[in-house]
Design a protein around this ligand. Structure first.
Ligand code: ATP
Length: 232
């Protein structure tokens, strides 16, 4: 993929036309998001006030520009108004985050994701009309609490009260067809997928037979899925 280091509005306009995302704020969160998007083949325009951060990411993103995102004329000059998806990853400077989101909303950006550092910040962003407000620190803390408390290998709360848990297959499931284990009625969960120690992930069905050492993905109400993941 072509990488550009010198700013030109033609370049940002071209990026906007591709499968692209503008990431504003390149701190730890914004830069790791931007790099992950690049790794997945999405073109990224990164914007930050901090010259050092911009230099550090130069050549790593499709384009990186030092600019103040609270200024509408600056965002227009960078063709940010032509991006369908913009992430505002500014946290600590709440006023800069709010002003940036307000400018983007005024420019009718179709999808805005914005990071909130706390509930108050998040509420203001939601009231402004930001489409997706994310709470990375709060969400990570909650997720970690579930991992630390139990035997889950990974945990995602898909929505409030419903979770996906990666765990080792417990003894109650070993050596017989999943369809014969009474899993749903006894535990209120479903095994969605499984992986043998040296194998790939595969969808589980009634005829799947698990062995010791297999890893499973369990879905269900959070308390049931988590409770199930505690079984040995
Ligand atoms: P993280 O937790 O992601 O590392 P951080 O605490 O380092 O974030 P934040 O205050 O959340 O920093 O801001 C993220 C980035 O946003 C910083 O690199 C900062 O320079 C940038 N930023 C802040 N205000 C603006 C602005 N008006 N325009 C462009 N970038 C900005």
């Amino acid at each position: 993929m072509a990488k550009f280091s010198i700013f030109s509005s033609d370049t940002t306009r071209r990026i906007a036309e591709a499968d692209s995302v503008a990431v504003i704020g390149l701190g730890r969160f914004g830069s790791s998001l931007a790099l992950e998007l690049m790794a997945g083949g999405t073109e990224v325009l990164g914007i930050d006030l901090d010259e050092e951060l911009v230099q550090a990411l130069n050549g790593e993103l499709t384009q990186v520009v030092r600019a103040d995102s609270t200024k509408e004329e600056v965002l227009r000059q960078l063709a940010v108004d032509e991006f369908d998806r913009v992430v505002v990853a500014i946290g600590d400077d709440i006023s800069a985050s709010i002003l940036t989101c307000s400018v983007l909303l005024g420019m009718k950006t179709p999808v805005i994701w914005a990071k909130a550092v706390d509930d108050r910040h998040g509420l203001i962003l939601e009231q402004l009309g930001v489409h997706h407000v994310i709470y990375p620190e709060k969400d990570m803390g909650r997720r970690l609490a579930h991992l630390v408390r139990g035997n889950a290998l990974d945990y995602i709360e898909v929505d409030k009260g419903y979770a996906l848990v990666k765990a080792s297959a417990p003894a109650v499931l070993l050596g017989r067809r999943l369809g014969d284990t009474g899993l749903r009625s006894a535990y209120g969960v479903t095994v969605a997928a499984f992986k043998k120690p040296a194998g790939e992930w595969r969808n589980a069905d009634q005829d799947t037979v698990l062995d010791e050492g297999d890893t499973i993905l369990v879905v269900g109400p959070t308390s049931s899925a988590e409770g199930f993941a505690q079984l040995r």
